[in-house]
Design a binder for this molecule. Structure first.
Ligand code: PLP
Length: 362
């Protein structure tokens, strides 16, 4: 069996350090917003070259709290992509704002930056780009549009820890950058976790309040907030993994290059645009024979996943928005053709060769 990812093998490589870090927390008995969360926030802000980082309970909460702190709510519109995980749009809907979709670039699966401007209305308050599968969205163009129209930008970096554009890390372009530490992510916890990175001290203060019941501390509450704190035990694990995440990302890139070499003649391989540093959270091919490829891989005991089979504008909870099939042809075509293959730092090259042989046979 070749799984999509191999967290068991990853754990073996860092077992002693993880257990040591967890024991420190257990012995300290500081389980909520303790020193490990503080240290992890500091290291994450250094890593991204930003002044602030706020640990929260999940990537979804990072998005929701960011939009809330930026004052986005009922009557507002937020521009985003229809080709992403459902959480992106849930975060917008939680605030009472309306998601407005823009179709994707077929080669990177990211929001087409050139098409954003035509969707801006007097209700538009923010743009929420997603760095799909680890390839950064075109942040320089998106920031330019946002500046000209005075819009906020919240980056969904859930799938792209360590990715960059012309050397600048994703998450450091927008008003906030939102990360998920869901276990399968490039930097994954052993449970849920999330982080918001930003350069605005006041906004960071608002976010720190929002994640902790709207509290200023000492049981004085400025607003109605949430219980959305990054767990101290997860921070202890993440501190260990942060030290190796760049190495893991380069290993993912090597695996992706091998796939590219072996599959180039057979399917459409993922692209990396010039100046963009792709971290291959997923290695996602396109083929009109996608279902047949998936069936053959399954018969051979090889996992593969369709991320995502139904674009968000066609999901039933979005039916109120009045979108229909045909509205976003590039996203709809991607949903019919994409297939994500196993990729992780631990994946053996021989497994990639085996997968490529099966794809060639189709
Ligand atoms: C693009 C995207 N946005 C948001 C999320 C939500 O993150 P979480 O599961 O940590 O809430 C995920 C992943 O799970 C994701 O892939």
């Amino acid at each position: 069996m070749i799984p999509m990812i191999n967290l068991k093998k990853q754990f073996e490589g860092i077992r002693d350090e993880v257990l040591k870090s967890l024991t420190e927390v257990l012995e300290s008995t500081q389980y909520i917003l303790g020193p490990k969360v503080k240290e992890f926030e500091r290291k994450i802000s250094e890593y991204h070259g930003v002044s602030e980082a706020v640990g929260v309970a999940s990537g979804t909460d990072a998005l929701h709290l960011s939009l809330t702190a930026l004052g986005i709510g009922s009557g507002d519109e937020v521009i985003t992509t229809p080709f992403t995980f459902f959480a992106t749009v849930e975060a917008i809907l939680y605030t009472g704002a309306r998601p407005v979709f823009v179709d994707i670039e077929p080669d990177t699966f990211n929001i087409a930056a050139d098409k954003i401007e035509e969707k801006i209305t007097n209700k538009t308050k923010a743009i929420l780009p997603v760095h799909m599968f680890g390839h950064p969205a075109d942040m320089e163009k998106i920031m330019d549009v946002a500046k000209r129209h005075n819009l906020k930008v919240v980056e969904d970096c859930a799938q792209a820890f360590g990715a960059s554009v012309n050397g600048k890390k994703v998450g450091s372009f927008g008003d906030t950058g939102c990360f998920s530490f869901y276990p399968s992510k490039n930097l994954g916890a052993c449970g849920d976790g999330g982080m918001i990175v930003l350069n605005d001290r006041d906004l960071a203060g608002t976010l720190r309040g929002l994640r902790n019941h709207g509290s200023k501390g000492a049981y004085v509450h400025e607003r109605i907030g949430f219980n959305s704190r990054l767990d101290e035990l997860q921070a202890a694990i993440l501190l260990v993994k942060l030290k190796v995440v760049d190495k893991y990302n380069s290993m993912r890139r090597e695996k992706a290059e091998l796939y590219n070499r072996l599959l180039a003649e057979r399917v459409v391989c993922p692209k990396q645009k010039d100046g963009f540093y792709h971290v291959y959270h997923q290695y996602t091919i396109r083929s009109p024979k996608r279902d047949e490829i998936q069936r053959k891989l399954k018969e051979a005991g090889i996992a593969s996943t369709v991320y995502y089979p139904l674009p968000l504008h066609l999901q039933s909870p979005l039916s109120f928005a009045g979108y229909k099939k045909g509205d976003f042809p590039a996203a709809e075509k991607a949903a019919e053709e994409v297939l994500s293959l196993p990729i992780c730092p631990e994946l053996e090259n021989s497994a990639i060769e085996r997968i490529a042989e099966i794809i060639a046979s189709v």
